[in-house]
Design a binder for this molecule. Structure first.
Ligand SMILES: C[S@@+](CC[C@H](N)C(=O)[O-])C[C@H]1O[C@@H](n2cnc3c(N)ncnc32)[C@H](O)[C@@H]1O
Length: 261
């Protein structure tokens, strides 16, 4: 189970769980969220809007025939989960969840994993290890299109390697594969909120790097960005009766597809 050292330092996964109203979090996580939300009360709305994009884009992929998914930086389970949404369309859809936080992996393995749905430990900074993982290879067929998600995770990959890492992931995907991606964006967020966010997350296990619209757009190289392009998460193909209808300006979202040859 969880070690004390895990509990004493806030983590992105558990802070996100706090903001979505979950119960898989510790005092350190709730304190960090409190500091942020005291000054910037819209942050939980941004998390909900982000979650809304994930589920709407998953549905779009499933409706387009995608029945195998790779969700990197999956986080703790929040109902409805990705596999539940895509299995409404493809009851046998396979879903591989990946996270680099062992607390998340252990929890998901005991609560979410079942036939065709599994969670592995993996790091977006080492995409080849994810792609070569025996359980990933046994579950996903990379000669066919895959729906890949990197939702609210690239901003935890600091430095200038994100573009190259994304290219390595893309090169493993068949034409017709999809990429759903969201990112905390320095162009859409007020400067004082950006400064506060960087400071709070800087004290956690998961320091953050914001990127501009242009930098986020560059992660889609090799993909055709589908309508309406890269927009605020809530503006991405809104639907009636969305369980996550919140609007916020911190997170941008897009869905790309590798053109078929
Ligand atoms: C804000 S949560 C997003 C969860 C989910 N993708 C969603 O949008 O609803 C970010 C997750 O990414 C994970 N994460 C951070 N850096 C990562 C990395 N380098 N590789 C894999 N996962 C990472 C964190 O542990 C956390 O669970």
């Amino acid at each position: 189970m969880t070690h004390h050292s895990d509990a004493s330092q806030a983590s992105a996964a558990r802070m996100y769980d706090v903001m979505l109203g979950g119960e898989e979090n510790f005092a350190a996580d709730r304190e960090a969220v409190k500091m942020l939300v005291a000054h910037f009360p819209t942050v939980p709305d941004a998390c909900r809007a982000n979650r809304g994009f994930l589920l709407r884009s998953a549905r779009v992929m499933a409706d387009a025939g995608i029945d195998q998914f790779l969700d990197i930086g999956c986080g703790l389970p929040t109902p409805p989960n990705l596999h539940q949404v895509v299995r409404r369309v493809h009851p046998d859809a396979r879903v591989v969840y990946v996270d680099n936080d062992q607390t998340v992996v252990t929890h998901n393995q005991s609560t979410v994993d079942h036939s065709g749905v599994l969670t592995i430990h993996g790091d977006l900074r080492r995409p080849q290890e994810i792609l070569d993982h025996p359980r990933v290879r046994a579950t996903l067929d990379f000669t066919r299109p895959v729906g890949v998600f990197t939702v609210a995770v690239w901003h935890f990959v600091t430095g200038d390697t994100a573009h190259d890492l994304m290219a390595r992931l893309r090169d493993a995907l068949a034409p017709g594969s999809y990429l759903g991606l969201t990112h905390a964006c320095s162009d859409t967020m007020p400067e004082d909120e950006a400064t506060a966010g960087l400071a709070v997350y800087g004290q956690t296990r998961n320091p953050v790097q914001l990127r501009t619209m242009r930098e986020v757009g560059e992660l889609f190289e090799g993909f055709e960005l589908l309508e309406p392009g890269l927009v605020l998460a809530a503006d991405w193909r809104p639907v009636d009766d969305d369980p996550f209808p919140e609007r916020a300006f911190e997170v941008v979202a897009g869905l790309g597809r590798i053109p078929s040859r």
